[in-house]
Design a protein around this ligand. Structure first.
Ligand code: SF4
Ligand SMILES: [Zn+2]
Ligand SMILES: [Zn+2]
Length: 511
């Protein structure tokens, strides 16, 4: 059993200069608590010396809020349960545990616990990130440069809880960016400033105590260790692929080895994702988790648990149809704005560097003149075709044992030899039976059936069939789907309740 100092004896000044109290004393302070080293260090600093951080001596104005993704490693929960919660109970600090109420935003935010004597950190709410990924047949990914998972499961939840809790009252929002994350903090501040301006009031003031205390990650970990007597592990979802959020490769694999069944679930998530799209491994072009784990003999137990799980789990055959459209180049957006009439060659083809160099118009002083690119497009001016959106239709056409599902795929290819190609994924090794010819260029059309673990929800955009027929001349799926598509959820119009301040670009947390 570890021994740790009582909160009253914790002294952050040993590792960091005192943080100036920059805050209006009557405003509540909200600490986004991600269970990791950074936010734990801040919490310990607050407990040790509330006044130095602009808090009431009894901490009655501090609210610690934890957004639950449902996929933290159990040892992270255990660490906080054993070493941090007793300190909160001893000082009657308010801890609020919130999560998504369901898949849809209309399911709202659920408060799983809100008290000053918390006994445990909830492992999961009714809708976890892994539920969402399983149903979508994908892995965490960036959307327009943002971590969509973090926005949906943390930022959105925290923002909506805060809107309901504070209404028009200003609060201080504390985030655990450390001294090496100045850029992230600056971006966060700029976004909050814009939001405050747009709202015509100060919704909240961001505050970064670790940056003010000039504590980098190593100092943070050392401080938590000194206070709590046990090294803290990085807190992140087991399937997190993002560097900087997830632990280093060695530490992450060590953790997966310690939790082989969690690791097997993550591998299954990746397997299904790659079955539906070969490119969608956990690390994308940098490879798959499965590939990484096979490079180290110590991962045998994890890989065995994964393979055994695949053999035992119910399978499905999915029919996947995909259209990748031609997109608009930066030049097109720059010169044609929202209009798409009278397209030029450079609207859908990127200009080569050579084209930019030799076909730039200059004035008599040799300075580049800002005019539309030239209208005629000799071949050597054309670079890559601009890739646009991809629309995907997923329909389940069979459910049953793995062997039978794989047989259906193989038989389809054998019986329609010539018209159907059996293609084995280069990374995944998964076989897909493609029934449309491989084409070059855009729009790119793909259609295949593949066997993979069951659980992916049937999904396609409302306009998909129309586009499919337009681009392929075909109607509907090749196989009969097992079920109808779910009705699209109508988004509720705002009833004038508290403002929702979820913002792309800000996750509201440090992940
Ligand atoms: S970024 Fe990583 S840790 Fe954060 S929500 Fe996404 S998967 Fe989880
Ligand atoms: Zn254009
Ligand atoms: Zn040119």
């Amino acid at each position: 059993m570890s021994v740790h100092a009582p909160a009253s004896q914790l002294a952050p000044a040993r590792t960091a200069p005192a943080t100036p109290a920059t805050f209006h004393p009557r405003r509540p302070t909200v600490l986004s608590y991600g269970l990791g080293a950074d936010s734990t260090a801040i919490l310990l600093m607050f407990l040790a010396d509330p006044a130095a951080h602009g808090l009431e001596p009894d901490l009655s104005d501090l609210i610690v809020v934890h957004a639950i993704t449902g996929d933290e490693f159990v040892d992270s929960l255990d660490y906080v349960n054993r070493l941090v919660l007793p300190l909160l109970r001893a000082r009657s600090v308010r801890l609020v545990q919130v999560c998504r109420g369901g898949k849809s935003d209309t399911d709202g935010v659920l408060v799983l616990d809100d008290c000053r004597a918390p006994r445990r950190i909830h492992a999961a709410g009714p809708w976890c990130l892994s539920d969402e990924l399983r149903a979508a047949g994908t892995v965490p990914r960036l959307a327009i440069g943002q971590r969509r998972c973090s926005i949906r499961f943390k930022g959105w939840v925290l923002d909506n809880w805060a809107a309901a809790e504070f209404g028009a009252r200003t609060f201080r929002r504390v985030i655990g960016y450390h001294a090496d994350e100045l850029g992230r903090a600056e971006k966060d501040t700029a976004i909050q400033r814009r939001l405050n301006t747009e709202a015509g009031r100060t919704i909240c003031e961001p505050h970064y105590p670790l940056i003010l205390a000039r504590m980098d990650r190593a100092a943070v970990e050392a401080y938590v260790l000194a206070c709590l007597g046990e090294p803290i592990k990085k807190s992140y979802c087991a399937m997190c692929p993002f560097s900087g959020v997830c632990a280093s490769r060695d530490r992450h694999e060590e953790r997966l080895r310690a939790h082989p069944h969690v690791a097997a679930d993550v591998l299954r998530l990746e397997y299904v994702s790659m079955a539906l799209n070969e490119q969608m491994s956990l690390y994308g072009p940098a490879g798959s988790l499965y590939g990484r784990l096979t490079e180290d003999g110590r991962n045998r137990a994890v890989l065995d648990a994964f393979q055994t799980g695949l053999d035992q789990t119910p399978y499905a055959v999915y029919e996947i149809r995909r259209i990748t459209f031609v997109g608009r180049t930066k030049d097109c957006r720059r010169w044609h704005g929202k209009k798409r009439d009278e397209p030029k060659w450079w609207c859908s083809w990127q200009r080569t560097p050579r084209c930019r160099r030799i076909h730039t118009i200059v004035d008599e002083d040799g300075a580049a003149v800002d005019v539309e690119p030239h209208p005629s497009g000799p071949d050597r001016c054309r670079g890559k075709q601009q890739k646009g959106q991809t629309w995907r239709s997923v329909r389940t056409v069979y459910e049953g044992p793995r062997a039978r599902a794989e047989l259906i795929v193989n038989r389809f290819a054998e019986r329609s030899r010539g018209a159907v190609r059996l293609v084995t994924g280069g990374v995944s090794g998964i076989r897909r039976a493609h029934y449309l010819p491989d084409t070059e260029g855009l729009p790119r059309i793909e259609a295949f059936i593949v066997a993979a673990p069951a659980g992916v929800a049937d999904k396609q955009r409302p306009g998909f069939e129309k586009k499919w027929t337009k681009h392929t001349g075909r109607r509907l799926t090749r196989f009969r789907p097992l079920r109808e598509l779910p009705q699209p959820v109508r988004r509720k119009r705002s009833s004038g309740g508290p403002p929702r301040c979820t913002v792309p670009g800000r996750s509201g947390t440090s992940c």
